[in-house]
Design a protein around this ligand. Structure first.
Ligand code: NDP
Length: 460
């Protein structure tokens, strides 16, 4: 019999927290999870899932145009933002219900309020005015949008608000150069909003393969998105019905809405972690070891709050590994070295393994295979969007170190390619795989020529 109220108390019912709670309970632990907003967390409630639904919605404008080349006459089209938001909300409510039911089925108690730490074994339930105790505590509180403190920043929105805008703006400026910024620039543009994206550095998507970054820039520009690199906002002024964005350099952009996607901060403020001795990193992230254990022996953390790889499937894996190790008697660590990921920009991108720059820094000799082409569908649709595929290979061992793709269904493709790269497949094994014809993906197993010349530019 434990002397605590619970074996495990989880703070945060997002992807990582829910998985950990459910699996720990399945192993027989007495578990509670506290959530101050909605069960499901960022990914389900105001992240990946609603974002992907919006991406689908925004694709129809291109699809209607593409149809003409195949003989279709599409009549007058009209988009209704409120219908999209309502349909999305209905689906999110359904998923939220499933998450709640799955926790309940596993025997996990859900506590609907904010929770903070009083000491290493005591959790204060804010709003309920009571304390509970637990042998172990798991911090899975995620991250929250970061906004720079410039004058007028209160007029800006983040992705959180973008999911619930009363009206779709006529003009929008998206600030930032990461996943969220490129995805939302594509969404707004596809829905007919005059869209501009500002990035403070020379080229957005820093850290991704340079070819993908260059081509995405070209393709987004072709779709009519105004991309301004080396640009940042110094102040925002609300004048009448519009926003005036003053840029470094003095230019002023007039718009109806400005959305910041300038990164996310771990949600550790006010949780009481430092007071109980939990070591935090420079961004406020919980510092953990390979078993997700913090500097305090009975306190663990998983997901974005640890700022390792801030992706839902990684948080789920970390939560599951924690429960398996601590409650299932297994020794499970999460391998963060190879993480396939998709960026739902338009066009979509998928990436796994090393970029060319990373590979050249790490390996003596690297072979590059790459191709850019117009996908079969676009020969009739008239779209000039290009598809791109790139393999990065260690010349010595022939091992495929990285794969980077851009084009329709790249997210689906990179999931399967991720298996091959995780298993350490060689270029020869890629080549020995029979192609699936006619697909774009067959290029990945038919590229014979090592790359030497610059990649064909989209305008050619
Ligand atoms: P990212 O960390 O990916 O990008 C932040 C961007 O904001 C960078 O371009 C950065 O510039 C810029 N930036 C940071 N600070 C400032 C500032 N003060 N002024 C101007 N620009 C600034 O964050 P996101 O918000 O795009 O996404 C958050 C997380 O969510 C990501 O880590 C990602 O893992 C996850 N995510 C994953 C998705 C997916 O899997 N498809 C989709 C959406 C989110 P610089 O490059 O110069 O640092």
């Amino acid at each position: 019999m434990t002397k605590y109220d619970y074996d495990l108390f989880v703070i945060g019912a997002g992807s990582g927290g829910v998985r950990a709670a459910r699996i720990a309970a399945t192993y027989g632990a007495k578990v509670a999870v506290a959530e101050e907003y909605r069960v499901g967390g960022t990914c389900v409630i105001r992240g990946c899932v609603p974002k992907k639904l919006f991406v689908y919605a925004s694709h129809f404008s291109d699809d209607f145009e593409d149809a003409a080349g195949f003989g279709w006459t599409v009549g007058e089209t009209k988009f209704d933002w409120k219908t999209l938001v309502a349909s999305k909300d209905k689906e999110i409510d359904r998923l939220n219900g499933i998450y709640i039911r799955n926790l309940e089925k596993a025997g996990v108690e859900i506590v609907e309020c904010r929770a903070t730490l009083k000491d290493a074994h005591t959790v204060h339930l804010v709003g309920q005015g009571r304390d509970v105790t637990a042998e172990r505590i798991l911090i899975a509180v995620g991250a929250t949008p970061f906004l720079p403190g410039i004058p007028g920043i209160e007029h800006a929105i983040t992705s959180n608000e973008a999911f619930h805008l009363e009206e779709l703006p006529k003009r929008v400026v998206v600030v930032g150069g990461g996943y969220i910024a490129v995805e939302f620039a594509g969404i707004f543009n596809g829905l007919g909003v005059e869209t501009m994206q500002l990035y403070r550095g020379p080229l957005f998507m820093r850290g991704f393969d340079d070819d993908l970054r260059d081509l995405l820039f070209e393709e987004m520009t072709k779709k009519g998105i105004g991309l301004r690199m080396n640009s940042d906002i110094v102040s925002i002024e609300k004048t009448g019905g519009e926003l005036h964005l003053k840029l470094t350099g003095g230019d002023v952009i007039r718009t109806d809405c400005v959305m910041y996607a300038t990164g996310r901060n771990p949600n550790t403020k006010g949780l009481g972690l430092e007071q109980v001795g939990v070591k935090l990193g420079p961004a406020g992230e919980v510092v953990v070891d390979e078993y997700s254990k913090s500097s305090v022996g009975n306190i663990y953390a998983v997901g974005d709050v640890t700022d390792r790889a801030n992706l839902t499937p990684v948080a789920i894996r970390e939560g599951h590994a924690f429960a398996d190790t601590v409650y299932g008697g297994k020794d499970v660590k999460v391998d963060h070295s190879i993480i396939p990921t998709a960026i739902f920009s338009q066009p979509e991108m998928g990436t796994v393994g090393l970029t060319e720059t990373q590979a050249r820094a790490k390996f003596e000799e690297v072979d590059i295979y790459k191709t850019a082409f117009r996908a079969l569908k676009n020969t009739l649709s008239g779209s000039h969007e290009r598809t791109f595929m790139k393999l990065i290979v260690d010349a010595k061992s022939d091992k495929v170190l990285g794969v980077h793709v851009m084009g329709a269904a790249s997210g689906e493709l990179i999931q399967a390619i991720g298996i091959a790269v995780t298993l350490g497949a060689t270029k020869a094994q890629f080549d020995a795989t029979i192609a699936v014809h006619p697909t774009a993906a067959e290029e990945l197993v038919t590229m014979k020529e090592k790359w030497q010349a610059p990649v064909i530019k989209a305008a050619d």
